[in-house]
Design a protein around this ligand. Structure first.
Ligand code: SAH
Length: 239
């Protein structure tokens, strides 16, 4: 068995390093960062510009609106990232959508390197030359990759050993079994005339588990037909 001695490390290349750790400096992720369970380096892309105006972008060849981030500047910034870099990811709406499985894969790597675009994005030659993996937060356009990088890091960091207070809470979460999670309730048992489902107060663990599974299945079926058919296919295959 190999024991991981260095903490999981994230390197973020950005024009706005002050946005990091941002929300990840709080709560569970922030405490884990403070303990050294993971490490975060924000690299300012502008430091790698060479002209006196610190130019990082230029007009697009072929014309059109907006500016494009220069390959040479970004390449110099990437060059300085020490090994292990782990997967080198460009946050991009054209990338493969981020999933829980992807977050698990990245959390299991020793490190990740994230490139945050701005403006119209980055010169395509950089993506090719560096073999960058493109990952998207979803089918919408953000103004920059930073918020996507924060979301990706949040999804990874909470999976790292020792970060969550109750790791068993990971096992039943949405996507874990290919289903969305069942609804949660806490005190008071009656609020504004709404009672918590009786089964949850019964103390009958088997009945509670069966109710939760049925709820998870029904929510998934109505909200996410795509997940539901994959789940049905998978359960049909094992039974
Ligand atoms: N012109 C591009 C959008 C650029 S948005 C296009 O139409 O595809 C500026 C930057 O925001 C991108 O370079 C990328 O890093 C980031 N970004 C925008 N939407 C994103 C998304 N859905 N997922 C991840 N990053 C995104």
């Amino acid at each position: 068995m190999t024991v991981q001695t260095t903490p999981w490390r994230a390197v973020v290349l950005t024009l706005f390093p002050e946005m990091f750790p941002g929300p990840l400096g709080h709560s569970l992720a922030g405490r884990a960062l403070g303990r050294g369970d993971w490490a975060l380096d924000a690299v300012n892309i502008r430091d790698f510009a060479t002209d006196k105006h610190s130019t990082v972008d230029d007009n697009p060849f072929g014309g059109g609106a907006g500016m494009v981030m220069r390959a040479d500047v970004l390449d110099r910034a990437l060059e300085t990232v020490a090994d292990p870099r782990g997967p080198v990811i460009y946050l991009s709406p054209r990338g493969a959508p981020l999933t829980q499985d992807k977050a698990k894969e990245l959390a299991a790597a020793p490190a990740v390197t994230l490139l945050c675009g701005r403006y119209e994005g980055v010169d395509h030659r950089l993506i090719e030359a560096r073999g960058l993996e493109e990952v998207s937060l979803g089918d919408f356009v953000l103004s920059g990759g930073e918020t996507a990088a924060l979301a990706l890091l949040d999804a990874c960091v909470r999976l790292l050993p020792g970060v969550l207070g109750a790791p068993e809470s990971l096992a039943e979460e949405s996507f874990e079994r290919g289903l969305l999670e069942y609804p949660h309730y806490t005190r008071p048992a009656e609020w504004q005339g709404r009672r918590v489902p009786d089964v949850l107060l019964s103390g009958n663990h088997a009945a509670i588990a069966a109710w939760r599974l049925a709820q998870a299945e029904s929510i998934t079926k109505t909200r996410r037909p795509d997940l539901w058919s994959a789940y049905n296919g998978a359960t049909a295959a094992v039974s």
